[in-house]
Design a protein around this ligand. Structure first.
Ligand SMILES: *Cc1c(COP(=O)(O)O)cnc(C)c1O
Length: 415
């Protein structure tokens, strides 16, 4: 076995880390090593500044005038462009609104409308469940539309894509295994038979550079409360390539997506551009908090972010296997950094209890049924020393059997 790095080597990596200063922009509780930014990102100081300004100046003082004066009405597009820079979109191709689930609904309907002579939605059996639930909801409103699942109808998604397929709905990184899909290759495969693809970027937006336009992508959705740190329930985003804008029809035809919302006319007429994905009035305070969260990204080099993400996750895997391997933990994500998102999954028969014991000791990851411990590594505020310390706590919990205390077996509603 090769020697694992020692503490001095780990601290030297923190000292040389070009993203180290970004950590100072976040508020992190003392005594906590936060490895769950893939589920709910940490709060940045910028968020509090923007929230206070939005509530005290723009709302309390500006009142209704702020729709125009504070730019509230166009905020969904302004923030869409900020997200767009991180996912390889041109300005005007991304809008922030609603939830990822709702945006999946709109995007799938839009894709089906663009392929009226086709009736199949392809998706992954291992998908984050809401994506499939929404696909079921879409199919239920469109007689004849069926869903074909990878892992059920065939092992590989490629084998399910033929000329009866209207749209492929796929997660860029799988939420549980952390496996990264090749966006350009799968998009090309779908396009070769005339199908469209909806990419779910929940686990890649803010976790690595994404190049939607480079991959010739059609549609994408994703959330902003994970790696983008927008806050609990922060509005999601939806992207559509410009070439599709004029053909997009989505069923939630509310006034915010109308060509002239303040003409108050009868009859829906879709707005030009990406704005047609909007439905009704958006949560401005949440959007203003998200603005603060996204401002943090203005200075971030995404190639450096990805490099650090792979280093952190590689290091975690190496240390857990060396220090905890004897206690029955098993790697459940790709070993090769280039095939992995910014998270590491390990399984163990008692993952739930072990994770609760970790959380009690200040190492916060999460648990995904039936037996996976998930650890997210957000390069903006997690350092190399955090990785080392987290593994030492995990080793201690496993070596002492501390997780066996019965209070750790009590299941909470959110895991
Ligand atoms: C987190 C996540 C969602 C969440 O959807 P919401 O509508 O925001 O609750 C959807 N899809 C994937 C792949 C996710 O990881």
């Amino acid at each position: 076995m090769t020697a694992i790095p020692d503490l001095a080597a780990i601290e030297a990596r923190d000292a040389a880390d070009p993203l180290r200063h970004m950590r100072d922009r976040f508020v992190l509780p003392k005594g906590v090593i936060y490895l769950d930014g893939n589920s709910l990102g940490a709060a940045s100081k910028d968020v509090f500044i923007e929230l206070e300004k939005a509530a005290k100046e723009e709302w309390a003082e500006g009142l209704i005038r702020s729709w125009n004066k504070a730019g509230w009405f166009d905020l969904t597009l302004e923030l869409g462009d900020k997200v767009g820079r991180l996912i390889g979109a041109e300005p005007g191709e991304t809008v922030v609104c609603d939830t990822t689930s709702t945006n999946i609904y709109k995007a799938l309907h839009a894709a089906l409308s663009m392929r009226p002579d086709r009736s199949v939605i392809v998706a992954e059996g291992s998908s984050f469940p809401t994506d499939l639930y929404m696909a079921e909801g879409v199919a239920a409103t469109r007689p004849g539309v069926t869903i074909r699942l990878e892992g059920v109808a065939a092992e590989n998604i490629e084998d399910l894509i033929d000329d009866s397929v209207a749209v492929v709905l796929v997660n860029h990184v799988n939420y549980k295994s952390g496996e990264l899909r090749d966006m350009a290759a799968l998009t090309a495969k779908a396009h070769a038979v005339g199908a469209l693809v909806v990419w779910d970027l929940c686990h890649t937006a803010g976790a690595m550079p994404v190049d939607l336009n480079g991959a010739n992508a059609d549609l994408a959705v994703g959330c902003t409360y994970k790696y983008l740190n927008g806050g609990p329930g922060a509005p999601a985003f939806v992207y559509a390539a410009k070439r599709h804008h004029d053909q997009i029809q989505q069923p939630l035809s509310g006034w915010w997506g109308h060509a002239r919302p303040f003409a108050f006319t009868q009859g829906y007429e879709a707005s030009p551009g990406i704005r047609r994905f909007l439905c009704g009035t958006q949560p401005i305070l949440s959007l203003r908090a998200l603005k603060g969260a996204l401002d943090v990204w203005d200075d971030v080099d995404l190639d450096l972010l990805r490099k650090k993400s792979i280093e952190l996750t590689d290091l975690f895997i190496e240390l857990v296997e060396a220090r905890c391997g004897e206690f029955g933990v098993k790697l459940e994500c790709p070993r090769e950094g280039a095939r992995r998102g910014s998270q590491v999954s390990f399984s163990h028969e008692n993952s739930y209890e072990i994770m609760q014991a970790l959380i009690e000791r200040g190492v916060i990851g999460d648990f995904r049924a039936p037996n996976v411990m998930r650890f997210g590594f957000t390069p903006l505020y997690v350092g190399y020393r955090d990785v080392w310390d987290a593994v030492e706590v995990l080793r201690d919990i496993l070596a002492t059997g501390a997780w066996q205390d019965k209070r750790f077996a009590v299941r909470a509603a959110v895991t």
